[in-house]
Design a protein around this ligand. Structure first.
Ligand SMILES: [Zn+2]
Length: 66
């Protein structure tokens, strides 16, 4: 699990004696949620839909031309 120093923003997994190795502070936060997978946003779903629409459009045009 990653920890982050709240005083100097040092990130790491090893904090000897519970103190930040960079600045010596004990003001450390643990249990970050940064590594959790985020659900797909509305924008990414729109891009996915647009790509599929373009694919079908390209196939349809190719069939019409041939
Ligand atoms: Zn620090």
């Amino acid at each position: 699990m990653a920890h982050i120093c709240l005083d100097c923003s040092y990130k790491g997994t090893r904090f000897p004696q519970g103190a930040c190795p960079a600045c010596g502070s004990r003001n450390i936060s643990s249990g970050e949620k940064d590594t959790q997978a985020k659900p797909p946003s509305r924008w990414s779903l729109f891009v996915l839909f647009a790509l599929w629409a373009y694919l079908f459009y390209a196939i349809a045009m190719k069939l019409l031309v041939d």
